[in-house]
Design a protein around this ligand. Structure first.
Ligand SMILES: C[S@@+](CC[C@H](N)C(=O)[O-])C[C@H]1O[C@@H](n2cnc3c(N)ncnc32)[C@H](O)[C@@H]1O
Length: 266
């Protein structure tokens, strides 16, 4: 698809302000679709082992690294480009007593601040859709992985039914994504960078129920909290409601989707 022109600075603005807080309000500290169950399906597919070193690319408030440490007892690392998110993740990691098991760095995932072949795993959850240069991101992930290391991620995608340029640009602009790939495009990028894809799962069929859940929370149980974050601006609330309604329609038709990929570095 054609790029929307969204830049890292637009994404940093989102995650330093009310939009990022709104996503956390409706999704929780794991800012991705499906929360714990989605992470567990991804982690079990990757098969992380105790004491392996796993790097979360776009680690946000550290929901992912804390999940990985609690559930698989790995040594987790995170990189995120928004200082506000990095600071909050470090505070929460410390508060949970994981300061000696988790390290977070401020950085851009297309220029990962770690040496070659350091990690057993690279992890990402519903977030690489924000990255401008996805080819460079996968190249960097391959660089920091040991041979035999795994990359495991979920992401928001163009669904199996395909999407028009106009519709994908509308969703990407609302969400501040530069673009979205489809499962096939991600597989090709992985293969080009020396990975063997071991799982490529289309999760589009579960997308609509999650969007309905978020819309329900915004209008119902969490309406007051959402409006506090939005400064009681009903123009913004109505805009988001309409755009999420559009995404729901596109998810139901299989045009707007999500997927899970796991691949091994040869
Ligand atoms: C949806 S949140 C990530 C959620 C996280 N994966 C989870 O499951 O909790 C998006 C995060 O990506 C970060 N981000 C976006 N583009 C980035 C880039 N190029 N480099 C590093 N971080 C980036 C943002 O700062 C933000 O904290």
């Amino acid at each position: 698809m054609k790029k929307t022109g969204m830049k890292l600075s637009d994404v940093q603005e989102v995650y330093s302000g009310f939009e990022g807080a709104l996503w956390e309000l409706i999704m929780g500290e794991q800012i991705h679709i499906g929360g714990f169950a989605s992470s567990k399906a991804l982690g079990d597919s990757a098969g992380w082992k105790k004491d392996e070193e796993v790097l979360d690319l776009c680690s946000a408030v550290g929901g992912g690294v804390r999940f990985l440490t609690r559930v698989y007892d790995v040594k987790a690392y995170g990189v995120d480009a928004t200082p506000h998110m990095v600071n909050r993740s470090i505070e929460r990691i410390k508060a949970e007593g994981f300061a000696d098991r988790i390290e977070i760095k401020l950085g851009d995932v297309t220029d990962i601040p770690y040496p070659d072949a350091k990690f057993d795993g690279v992890w990402g959850e519903d977030t690489w859709c924000y990255v401008e240069d996805k080819a460079k991101l996968i190249e960097e992930a391959a660089r920091v992985l040991k041979p035999g290391g795994k990359i495991a991620f979920t992401d928001w995608l163009v669904g199996p039914a395909g999407m028009t340029e106009e519709d994908s640009a509308r969703i990407c602009t609302t969400m501040k994504f530069p673009d979205m790939l489809n499962l096939q495009e991600y597989s090709e990028l992985l293969e080009k960078n020396g990975f063997e894809v071991v799982e490529s799962a289309d999760l589009t069929d579960t997308m609509a129920e999650h969007i309905e859940n978020y819309l329900g929370q915004l209008a119902g149980q969490r309406h007051f909290d959402a409006m506090q974050l939005l400064g009681w601006n009903y123009d913004v609330f109505n805009f988001l409601g309409a755009e999420f309604g559009f995404m729901l329609e596109k998810a139901k038709s299989g045009e707007f989707g999500r997927g899970r990929l796991v691949a091994v570095k040869k």
